[in-house]
Design a protein around this ligand. Structure first.
Ligand SMILES: Cc1cc2nc3c(=O)[nH]c(=O)nc-3n(C[C@H](O)[C@H](O)[C@H](O)COP(=O)(O)OP(=O)(O)OC[C@H]3O[C@@H](n4cnc5c(N)ncnc54)[C@H](O)[C@@H]3O)c2cc1C
Length: 517
């Protein structure tokens, strides 16, 4: 039996909120009750009862959703599956089953213990498999192993059929194949309640990780230097995306507004061979930025700040393996990955108001784009803004995955995440204006499609946005679904799947798939 927390319960305020302190935006948006399910049978029963009472269901694994999809459900039921958090071996050798409530930190730890395997997903400890995997799942091993849905081979999901009955089904390449494809990146919240993810095999964990950080202080920054850093960073990946020698690499250029942050470059090299693998590459790569005179590494308070905000800069732990121009640390895989970093979930001091935006880039930055970014990041209007530019190409760009997953962005070299975090509601307008202003300016240069100024519509330079970096502002653009699902056959297929597997459109939110008419 699910455990119920309703409005009369002292736990209700905490249990009915999201990780983003902006949501729910008002008390009237809150659900009537939260129901904590502990098994697939529990989900079927609880969902059926909600339907029979005429209540709309929303689903939560951790509550890390960037927008209000989970907690804006007036009078509805929030099905919480955070306690369905097992990570086990599957029936066949080398296979694994991950329940949706498993926190990523726990997933890495269990896979490490069970068989030295990994998912190539994100490393925020408290994000859970439910939303992360069903929406894609990118992480530091993406260039080497692709994204998490590329490895997914089956999903157990409770849907509500035409007759209004909750039903547990198993989707894979043979059974419900269209639904299975939709669940490989199309976001589970569109279709039902996922109760398990199956992986017939997973890649091996790296033996060791080389980590390095360099950073720049805005006090020493000039426009010319900034443009050089940003274009050097992008040009490298333009030229080297398809070079297998760079597949073990993840880089992360993080630019904070000049009034409130620094500029940092984090690097993560996953060694699968001997201890010397990649060391020369790391030094050569960091040397590319030498003329820009970085500090050898970011100061500890900067790294702490990045950790607090769930960024992927590595903390300063582990043995220093070489003192060349740039200190590089060697960390064993599990320590490098499982260190409790990231958001706090629904509780704790990390719970802040936030806003995010995203963009996939197929090429490096033009000088014009870098100049716009400089103007934006030195503007008072964008105080508090952070832009993280991640190197997600390599095996992510396997063309075979366009047709069998719901992530069509397979030609990009960089994924950008614009982020703003603040504490007080009184700052909402300022912070939201700041991030929106920067984004609009960045996609109004000659690189963007002139038909859609202000948005990174798919063209020769951009490939749209990432659904797991949800951004409801995109709904204002003329064809927002193209931004997330591309120009091909994917969105019509998702609409068809929606019609077939959620015929009553019970699983909906502001950015859900619109059912085919
Ligand atoms: C601190 C932080 C760091 C992040 N880092 C990364 C990263 O490195 N890489 C990356 O790719 N993304 C990253 N993300 C984005 C993250 O992948 C998405 O926010 C993801 O949707 C969160 O899933 P969740 O289950 O943790 O959150 P939830 O809020 O529980 O769920 C998010 C969405 O998924 C749906 N959902 C959740 N569980 C289920 C289920 N069982 N069945 C059906 N639908 C479900 C919810 O309804 C909701 O719409 C990060 C987010 C945060 C907050």
């Amino acid at each position: 039996m699910a455990s119920v927390v309703d409005r009369n319960d002292v736990r209700f305020e905490v249990c009915s909120r999201g990780n983003n302190a902006r949501f729910p935006a008002s008390d009237s948006q809150r659900v009537a009750q939260v129901e904590y399910c502990t098994s697939a049978e529990d989900v079927v029963r609880t969902l059926q009862q909600a339907i029979d009472r005429g209540q709309r269901p929303t689903v939560r694994s951790s509550g890390h959703c960037y927008e209000d999809w989970v907690v804006n459900n007036p009078g509805g039921v929030l099905l919480d599956v955070s306690m369905m958090d097992r990570v086990t071996t599957g029936e066949t050798p080398g296979s694994y089953v991950i329940q949706p409530g498993a926190k990523l930190g726990v997933v890495y730890e269990r896979l490490y213990k069970l068989g030295g395997a990994v998912i190539p997903g994100g490393t925020c400890y408290t994000v859970t498999a439910g939303g992360h995997v069903s929406g894609g799942g990118y992480g530091t091993l993406a260039r080497m192993y692709g994204i998490t849905v590329d490895w997914l081979t089956g999903v157990e999901i409770v849907i509500v059929n035409q007759a209004g009955k909750a039903e547990l089904i198993h989707a894979d390449a043979q059974h419900h194949p269209a639904l299975f494809r939709a669940l490989r990146g199309g976001q589970g919240s569109n279709f039902g309640v996922i109760t398990a993810f199956h992986f017939a095999k997973l890649p091996p964990m790296p033996k060791q990780v080389l980590a390095a950080n360099i950073s720049w202080d805005w006090k020493e920054m000039t426009r010319e230097k900034f443009v050089r850093i940003v274009t050097t960073y992008g040009d490298y990946w333009s030229k080297n995306d398809k070079n297998p020698a760079t597949y073990p690499v993840f880089t992360n250029l993080v630019i904070g507004n000049s009034k409130s942050g620094r500029i940092g470059l984090g690097l993560h090299y996953a060694q699968t061979g001997d201890d010397n693998e990649g060391r020369d590459w790391v030094q050569e790569y960091l040397n590319l930025f030498q003329t820009c005179k970085p500090s050898a590494e970011a100061p500890p308070d900067y790294l702490q700040q990045q950790q607090d905000f769930g960024q992927q800069q590595r903390p300063l732990v582990g043995d220093t393996v070489c003192y060349g121009t740039h200190p590089v640390r060697a960390l064993n895989w599990v320590e490098a990955t499982v260190n409790g970093q990231g958001g706090s979930g629904l509780y704790g001091s990390n719970r802040r108001r936030s806003k995010y935006k995203s963009c996939y880039m197929k090429k490096g930055f033009t000088v014009a784009e870098a100049n716009v970014l400089y103007d934006q990041m030195t503007s008072d209007a964008t105080r508090g803004l952070i832009l993280a530019i991640d190197s997600y190409g390599g095996m992510v760009n396997n063309p075979a995955r366009i047709a069998d997953t719901a992530i069509p962005q397979r030609n990009s070299i960089l994924k950008l995440q614009y982020q703003s975090y603040w504490l007080n509601e009184a700052d909402d307008a300022f912070r939201l204006n700041g991030i929106r202003q920067c984004y609009k300016a960045m996609y109004s240069t000659p690189s963007a499609d002139p038909k859609y100024p202000g948005y990174p519509y798919p063209n020769e330079n951009f490939e749209g946005c990432y659904i797991n970096y949800a951004d409801a502002d995109m709904l204002e653009s003329p064809e927002w679904t193209t931004l997330y699902y591309g120009t091909g056959d994917l969105y019509p297929l998702l609409q068809q799947v929606k019609k077939e597997y959620d015929p009553h459109n019970l699983f909906h939110h502001s950015m859900s798939i619109r059912p085919k008419a």
